[in-house]
Write a protein that binds this ligand. Structure first.
Ligand code: NAP
Length: 310
């Protein structure tokens, strides 16, 4: 596998009568990706189908994963997205990857480039572009809650964009491992993760007393449907008053964390924009055409409003 520069312009985009696209992951029951992609394909006047391919974790799903990647290699499928638990599992099959995939060790968008399997990660630019809406920030120091796969992408994205990042996780060793492994992947000119702390009241209070945090990013699943009353923010810890809060969760649209932060007067944003943007960027790579974001938003907003009402 090799990491290469952005060579979008060299990607050959044959016109397809019908695009066969899809998502590999497990479980996929609540995925909004088919709605996003079908709406965009329709608005672009393209024929296509975006299917869900629920492939169980390895080793059980190994044969099914390879069979699907063989179909991509054979040109029977033109594009695949990848989500939990396979974002790392696909890497050994990729002949080339973008530098971002090489650095974070996770791919979410696969396609053929010059007849070879190529992996990109559109979560990272999707997240960064969605953060723009929260500007201006009161400082360039961010506190990231959680240290799993989404944290890895978010932290890499923020360090690349010049943020200083503090990582808080319930298992401090997980935060330290993430910091150490990302450090080796980063360009020498980028700042390392400055602190890792336990995600508990005393450590957060100490931190907030001494550092002006401009942005809090939740990458834990705490507060996600069907547990909307849970929050990763520790009770009794005041929010830093000048901070903005980004929650990667998009269902419910306003998590308990966002409610708490908004009540404290902070600017808040959920993760739906990231979901839409990573999908739009993937479809642009597969088709070589501009993708109308509005069609995607229109397709998923009513679904989420229904889910909240349910
Ligand atoms: P993951 O790899 O399983 O990581 C989850 C992290 O949250 C781990 O550090 C985990 O710690 C921590 N965590 C879990 N339960 C916790 C709790 N009760 N208290 C404190 N920490 C807890 O999952 P992921 O792939 O990073 O995804 C995390 C969230 O991001 C999900 O809600 C996902 O839907 C969302 N996401 C959204 C987008 C988007 O486009 N908006 C994209 C990617 C992910 P342990 O290891 O100790 O459990």
């Amino acid at each position: 596998m090799t990491g290469e520069g952005d060579q979008r312009s060299t990607i050959h985009h044959p016109a397809h009568k019908k695009y066969n696209l899809g998502l590999i992951g497990f479980p996929l029951g609540h995925s909004l990706s088919p709605q996003l992609h079908h709406a965009a394909l329709k608005a672009m006047g393209l024929q296509g189908e975006y299917r869900l391919y629920p492939i169980p974790p390895l080793p059980e799903g190994l044969t099914a994963l390879h069979t699907l990647l063989d179909r991509l290699q054979a040109g029977d499928i033109q594009g695949l997205n990848v989500t939990i638990p396979h974002k790392q599992n696909v890497l050994p099959r990729l002949i080339h990857t973008s530098p971002t995939v090489a650095a974070v060790g996770a791919a979410n968008t696969l396609f053929l480039r010059e007849n070879e399997l190529f992996g990109e990660n559109t979560d990272i630019p999707g997240f960064l572009s969605d953060l723009e809406d929260l500007k201006p920030f009161s400082s360039s120091i961010a506190l990231v809650l959680g240290a799993g796969g989404a944290a890895r992408a978010a932290v890499y994205a923020m360090l690349s964009a010049g943020w200083q990042v503090i990582l808080a996780a319930r298992r401090i060793e997980q935060a330290r491992e993430l910091a150490a492994s990302l450090q080796t992947a980063l360009h020498p000119s980028l700042k390392p993760i400055s602190h890792t702390i336990p995600l508990e009241s005393a450590s957060l209070t100490n931190l907030l007393n001494s550092i002006n945090i401009g942005l809090i990013v939740n990458t834990t699943p705490v507060g996600m449907f069907p547990h909307p009353n849970a929050s990763p923010w520790q009770s009794g810890v005041p929010f830093p008053p000048q901070a903005a809060v980004y929650d990667m969760i998009y269902n419910p649209g306003e998590t308990m964390l966002l409610k708490q932060a908004r009540s404290a007067g902070l600017k808040v944003k959920n993760g739906l924009g990231m979901l839409v943007e990573q999908a739009a960027l993937a479809l642009e790579l597969w088709t070589g055409l501009p993708v109308p974001r509005k069609a995607m938003w229109d397709a998923v907003l009513p679904k989420l409003e229904d889910a909240h009402a349910a």
